[in-house]
Design a binder for this molecule. Structure first.
Ligand code: GDD
Ligand code: MG
Length: 351
């Protein structure tokens, strides 16, 4: 059976000042009425034959996750709470162990909680294709046709066709530099790694045993030391802390010879920064996206988000991001918003 696993451990620092440590971006309603996490849960629940989704998140966010699930009335397949973050390879291992205890033939569909998918029909058929490859023991990743030379994503070079709309992965390159990414765009045989995966749970654990045994051992020990309370399963702190911090990309997908890619065009984006939010949001004829009380005169291609406490007026500006909150305001050039991370780092350093 197909078990969606929703990874919700990130903090989304590049969406500061809206996203904060106790309010990461996946729990914010950035586009529409639902949060990105809720959208992901709803998308997963609509897949034919999908079981109740399993969430893996930080212990600090348990109430938010509980409330947000209740808000959309979706039954939970369990909420695994991490007392420390150790990246995606152990997080997925925890979910695999949790699900296998109930369903030894489980297939996992791993979905990050902070993505947008506009074409759910295309996504659903890609999941179908991936499911049949997973039955033949492939570890499938979903490859997105690149639209520009993004350096914040992993890239996948596809090899021979496997039928069912899938290809063998020839090469995996995590976050190349700009010149390399530009080359890949020209070549046309590279896809963005969407960070969504589909495989049999047991097969994933077998690959971990081969390529990252310390991650597997830590996850097993963390599950053995877990305590549960209703839907919440708090995994063992010391055991998880002993795991190396490894992403699934580095720990498994780059190393296994059973990696496959299913290319898909489904209006996918990772809402990683204010500029990516601007690019997926609905804009007016001047290319502006406003939220709240905003008056814009001769303003172009900007994202302006007013908070409830004051209005914002702009005159004669372009390509700006302005985001106001109760205690902080960001004003940035749209092509510099990746550096919001530097602001957050300074704030952290200042304590
Ligand atoms: N539960 C849990 N625990 N979730 C985690 C953890 C963790 O320790 N670390 C990361 N995640 C979640 C994040 O919340 C996010 O939804 C997802 O896993 C991916 O982690 P990111 O930190 O956002 O990874 P990335 O953006 O640098 O890169 C990955 O995603 C790209 C696409 O968005 C890679 O897979 C790239 O290759 C890929 O292109
Ligand atoms: Mg990301």
């Amino acid at each position: 059976m197909l078990h969606p696993v929703i990874l919700s451990g990130g903090s989304g620092t590049r969406l500061w000042p809206l996203s904060r440590q106790n309010q990461p971006k996946q729990f914010l309603a950035l586009i529409g009425d639902h949060s990105l996490y809720q959208e992901t849960v709803l998308r997963a629940s609509k897949l034919p034959g999908a079981q109740a989704p399993v969430t893996v998140c930080s212990e600090d966010h348990r109430f938010m996750v509980g409330e947000q699930l209740q808000g959309i009335g979706v039954a939970s397949g369990g909420i695994l709470l991490e007392p420390v973050a150790r990246s995606t390879a152990p997080a997925i291992a925890l979910a695999a162990l949790h699900v296998l205890a109930r369903d030894p033939a489980a297939t996992l569909l791993v979905m990050p909680a902070d993505h947008l998918i506009e074409d759910e029909v295309a996504f659903r058929s890609a999941v179908e294709a991936a499911t049949s490859l997973a039955e033949q023991d492939w570890l499938v990743t979903f490859g997105i046709t690149p639209e520009y030379a993004e350096t914040g994503y992993g890239y996948i070079l596809r090899g021979e066709s496997l039928g069912d709309g899938g290809y063998r992965v020839q090469r995996f390159v995590e976050k190349p530099d700009l010149a390399t990414a530009e080359g890949y765009l020209v070549e046309g045989t590279y896809a963005w790694n969407s960070g969504m995966f589909l495989f049999r749970a047991q097969r994933y654990l077998d690959e971990l045993a081969r390529h990252a045994p310390t991650v597997l051992e830590a996850a097993q020990a963390a599950m053995a030391a877990s305590t549960s309370d209703l839907d919440f399963i708090r995994v063992g702190h010391d055991a998880l802390a002993a795991s190396p911090s490894d992403s699934i990309d580095y720990a498994v997908m780059e190393k296994t010879d059973r990696a496959a890619v299913v290319p898909v065009r489904c209006g996918w984006s990772d809402i990683g920064s204010w500029s990516s939010l601007w690019s997926v949001a609905q804009r007016d004829d001047d290319g502006n996206r406003y939220e709240g009380d905003v008056i814009a005169v001769d303003t172009r291609d900007s994202l302006v988000r007013a908070s409830e406490r004051r209005m914002i007026a702009t005159i004669g500006v372009e390509d700006l991001v302005i985001v106001d909150t109760a205690d902080a305001t960001l004003v940035a050039r749209k092509d510099r918003v990746q550096d919001v991370k530097a602001v957050v780092d300074r704030l952290k350093a200042a304590g």
